[in-house]
Design a protein around this ligand. Structure first.
Ligand SMILES: Nc1ccn([C@@H]2O[C@H](COP(=O)(O)O)[C@@H](O)[C@H]2O)c(=O)n1
Ligand SMILES: C[C@@]1(CO)OP(=O)(O)OP(=O)(O)OC[C@H]1O
Length: 159
């Protein structure tokens, strides 16, 4: 086990958006989204960024190593499964998340109305109080309209 009592993790993910697909972010379907993520899994960039943040905090690599996008068994996978696996790996090494912060960059639609539902679901998946799950949204100011991006940090504590 690492000697550090605290460890910082950082993760990010991006997916191209295409009309006719469902957009899922933070484990919550986004109603009225004009396009959804092109991905091997359900394309939930927020959960992928959080899972990579957990793994990076303990230098455990990234989600592609555990869930290769070449494996047919992960096609259409619910990204909650990916996050649960990353959390399991963190806990097996004697750490747990203390708080997490997520930023999603998306031009349309506005995600503000979903902030509470997303925070609640991600806190539940990370086994955190909702007060410890920060959720922010940004537009790309039109620079990347066909694109969703998520970035996440997590503080891991020993014990
Ligand atoms: N998909 C989005 C993007 C942004 N918001 C909210 O809009 C505000 C301004 O965003 P800027 O990128 O122009 O700084 C900010 O309060 C975001 O929370 C949103 O709800 N959904
Ligand atoms: C989740 C996995 C596996 O289904 O695929 P995608 O949904 O394409 O997501 P990405 O963040 O590009 O990479 C991790 C993958 O291996």
């Amino acid at each position: 086990m690492s000697a550090l009592p605290y460890r910082i993790g950082y993760g990010e993910d991006a997916h191209r958006l295409e009309a006719g697909r469902t957009l899922v972010l933070g484990g919550v379907p986004v109603p009225h989204a004009p396009a959804g993520a092109v991905a091997h899994s359900d394309g939930d960039a927020a959960l992928h960024a959080l899972a990579d943040a957990l793994l990076s905090g303990l230098a455990l690599g990234d989600i592609g190593q555990y869930f290769p996008d070449t494996a047919a068994e992960w096609q259409g996978l619910d990204s909650a499964v990916i996050l649960a696996r990353a959390l399991e790996l963190v806990r097996a090494r004697g750490y747990r998340p203390a708080n997490a912060a997520l930023v999603v960059t998306l031009d349309r639609p506005k995600l503000g109305p979903l902030r509470a539902a997303m925070a609640q679901r991600m806190a539940e998946l990370l086994q955190l109080p909702e007060t410890e799950m920060g959720v922010s949204f940004k537009t790309s100011e039109g620079l990347a309209p066909d694109h969703v991006q998520a970035r996440a940090t997590v503080l891991l504590v020993a014990g």
